[in-house]
Design a protein around this ligand. Structure first.
Ligand code: CMX
Length: 134
């Protein structure tokens, strides 16, 4: 299984951005949560079979805050859902592909396991690989 899971959009103000995606576009807001492991607060919207994830940095040193400081708001990453993120991380490292974390991270109280492939290895897009539990 390798399916598009979500598109991540970096935003300055999550509450303001939610108003647009929920109230103007009419997308279904599935959940809002803090992901302290990644120093972000996120809002997940269902958009057909995939999600749109809005991300606001929780501190200046968050990857999202740094991204916005350099490039402004916009598409930050694309996420692919896979069957086994540990195995894929190992496989990528063996192939010499630059992953962000040596070992995948469990986040959101164990609801997801994630890693990232560096944009320099993917022709310019930060790619998240993730496994979802429940
Ligand atoms: N998309 C595309 N290119 C990107 C990028 C992005 N999101 N972020 C950085 N880049 C590019 C930059 O343009 C730059 O390219 P040039 O050298 O050609 O100018 C290069 O990558 C290095 O950029 P940088 O600003 O110096 O960024 P860093 O190397 O400090 O960090 C990265 C980049 C990907 C390692 C870092 O953002 C990271 O660790 N990301 C993974 C964690 C993360 O993003 N967490 C937030 C999401 C959490 C979640 O989804 O739950």
């Amino acid at each position: 299984m390798r399916e598009l899971d979500h598109i991540g959009i970096a935003v300055k103000n999550l509450d303001e951005a939610i108003k647009f995606y929920r109230d103007v576009l009419g997308l279904e807001l599935v959940e809002v949560e803090e992901v302290p492991e990644e120093k972000v607060k996120i809002a997940m919207f269902k958009a057909g079979s995939v999600y749109i994830e809005l991300l606001q940095g929780l501190s200046e040193d968050s990857a999202i805050s740094k991204y916005i400081a350099k490039r402004g708001e916009g598409i930050h990453h694309i996420a692919i859902r896979v069957e086994n993120v540990d195995a894929l991380t190992k496989e990528l490292k063996e192939k010499g592909v630059r992953v962000v974390y040596e070992e995948p991270k469990l986040v959101s109280g164990g609801k997801r396991k994630i890693n990232f492939i560096h944009p320099k290895a993917t022709h310019g897009v930060l790619l998240e690989i993730l496994e979802r539990y429940g």
